[in-house]
Write a protein that binds this ligand. Sequence first.
Ligand SMILES: *Cc1c(COP(=O)(O)O)cnc(C)c1O
Length: 429
Amino acid sequence: MDSRRRVPRTDLVLADPRLVATAGRLGRAVVKEAVAQAQRRVRQGEIAPEEVVDAAVAALPPYATRMRPVINMTGVLLHTNLGRAPLSPAAVAAAMAAAGSSDVEFDLATGARARRGRATLDALARAVPAAEDVHVVNNNAAALVLVATVLAAGREIVISRGELVEIGDGFRIPDLLVSTGARLCEVGTTNRTSYADYAAAVGPQTGFVLKVHPSNFRIEGFTGSVGVAALSDLGVPVVADIGSGLLAREPLLPEEPDAAGVLRAGADLVTASGDKLLGGPQAGLLLGRRDLVDRCRRHPLARALRVDKLTLAALEATLRGPATPVHEALHADPAALGERAGALAGRLAEAGIDARALPSEATVGGGGAPGVTLRSAAVSLPERFAVPLRTGEPPVVGRVEGGRLLLDLRTLPPGRDDDVVRAVLGADG
Ligand SMILES: *Cc1c(COP(=O)(O)O)cnc(C)c1O
């Protein structure tokens, strides 16, 4: 009889002990989906009816989420589409520890309610002594919305025309600010803004002056802008959105502002992302004058923007723990990357694959340091590897350049080289 007619019944397949165990771990819906897929393969004659359980087991996802861990070999350290900063193992472990019931807002000694996320806030305050106080919200966009609401709703934000930034995916900082009920008072021109422009614009309607770091573009040529230090005598708060979340100066990225430096220069408040160069979870950091941070924290909107316990735990571990993967990738030695690329290409070439090691240029990505390239090394493969590698397990994402697929070593965590060899060998068909 035609095997297509003998598709095993769903309830019988689901009763297999291996699938029962997985249903307990991942949920029945996930298992049923794998079984339905295996049954379809029987109907299409791809596998025999007896193979349905094995096929379903093989198709089971490792997690109850369809979001999949990816090996980032794009050479873009902070790849927005790949989740920006990869968390450190310490941050992952901390988030897992906090995932159940935790004392996020509870004092175990007294049994009373405690300040939410106090250990994280303490770690952030210690990391930036120049800040009188700190607060953490959902992301940098949330930090900006909160500051604009608290300091400028119904009033004006003075901002240079050269700093009206689109963050990405159609989201624009000016639109975000205006959505709070604040008005923008744009000063200067796209390429040049002077102190006199700011001074002429500041008045009784001014809520604050905002400096936005151009974190994803560069204007070159006949340009001029005013630093935070010069603006601090205007008699209104100066808020600096530094974007990347560097807390202290990073010698490799001299143009990238850092929270401590900007506060010392005279900013009243700094806002930043947690998942860019800081290398932590998605979060928005607010640092600066105690009275202003306190007003932000007490505003009703703060509740809508607050971070969850997983984020608080991961952020604390990022601040107190070992160097982050972003830091490691930024500081990787180009010669060592070249050696790894050479070894990888050699192993693949031995298997008969047209693989070569090449010098490459990595970038920080949308998270900061526009125009900066980092010397790196890549394994170059025929372009036909791009799709099978991307759709394999684990998915490996590189970049296609000049008809070749480049797998950049700078964004590959040390210790994953063998996984890449396996993935490429598996994609060779
Ligand atoms: C990335 C960025 C933002 C947005 O930060 P999110 O954490 O993604 O909300 C805002 N301002 C600047 C300057 C940025 O670089």
